[in-house]
Design a protein around this ligand. Sequence first.
Ligand code: CMC
Length: 429
Amino acid sequence: MTDKKAQLTVEGLNETLELPVYSGTVGPDVIDVRGLVSKGFFTYDPGFVSTASCESKITFIDGDLGVLLHRGYPIETLAEKSEYLETCYLLLHGELPTQAQYEEFKHVITHHTMVNESIARFLTGFHYDSHPMAMLCGVVGALSAFYHDSMDVSNPQHRMISAHRLIAKMPTLAAMCYKHRVGQPFMYPQNNMSYSENFLHMMFGTPCDPPNVNPVLARAMDRIFLLHADHEQNASTSTVRLAGSSGANPFACIAAGIATLWGPAHGGANEAVLDMLEEIGDVSNIDKFVAKAKDKNDPFRLMGFGHRVYKNFDPRAKVMKQTCDEVLAELGIDNDPLLPIAKRLEQIALEDPYFIEKKLYPNVDFYSGIIMKAIGIPTEMFTVIFATGRTVGWISHWHEMLSEGYKIGRPRQLYKGYPSREFPSRESR
Ligand code: CMC
């Protein structure tokens, strides 16, 4: 907090309004506009382009410099020195765990990975070709029906149990959504496997084969989860906070976050990238698609490019690109017809004046799709994997909001509809 004030004069108003200005640890100051309503004004910011919706200590982004910090640690450092579950602990608790704390956390998460057998029966009620995001959304919301013992959102212990359950069960549920689609038996989690090994085992293992997970792919999977773990007040996280601000239970809130993530402008972009590469089909068609993307009258956009906050290289994309190269080398993939298209698009984005002027860099979804395809994950599972990694971010923000005091989220509007009018009789319309 600072003593700084912003002064606002409004035509026709005889006083100058003084608004408090607060400074964060780093990043832009914020002007506290809460007093404006008593003077007869709302602020107007569709899309929340200039609005800080809350105070938070979890994640910081400097979009111009391409910086992403979780609890103060740069994402590149976490990707190099940490692993997904350790980063989960950091996001949730605010500090890195000691060795003993980490062992206990891993134990707790591992021993919450199994889901109630009724969930399996519930999931098989979906049509076999349902989109896995549709199934995930439904099945995570349905977890609300199972845990009445720990649903008091004002109790920090209950909140932590729910956080553990969600982080632990998401890979199990994600893999079950996939298995239902392909008609294979659900695989139980294995307590002797790491989080990411377990996920790959539940995705690709069958009861007929002994467990066999490639450690390079497990490491890549872990990195994909880690790089998606949190991203400040994005659309899905803000949705989780908004849903949570009404006192809704955590499983319902995370289901709301999953629904928001699904859209192609957000987490659905990773699936859309692969669909786009397939639609382009050949390097010779790229110019046509780039021209479409630049045409103001054409709604087509290059998926996997641009970001609301990053006006520089997305730092997650840099690490993802490196992981992408590692995975392709490990698997010896150099003949995928989509790869030259992806590489050429990346080159265009970094050289073409349209993309340079608008600061449209490849984002995290551009490379993650290529890696996941190489691992053998079908495109419709991409956003499910994003949701799995992001669950810790959602639940950490939800927990922070409930720990630190909150009001129900209730935006106002600029009303442009009719003023009060007479109801005409049916005959006179
Ligand atoms: N291809 C072509 N032009 C683009 C693109 C693109 N991918 N993205 C933005 N633009 C243009 C846009 O037309 C606009 O031009 P103008 O100023 O002439 O009207 C300008 O760049 C600014 O774009 P905007 O839509 O005002 O920016 P925004 O902050 O509202 O949207 C975005 C950000 C991510 C939704 C958008 O860049 C986009 O739709 N990208 C493709 C989808 C995508 O890859 N999404 C994943 C984001 S990263 C993962 C995540 O956080 O979920």
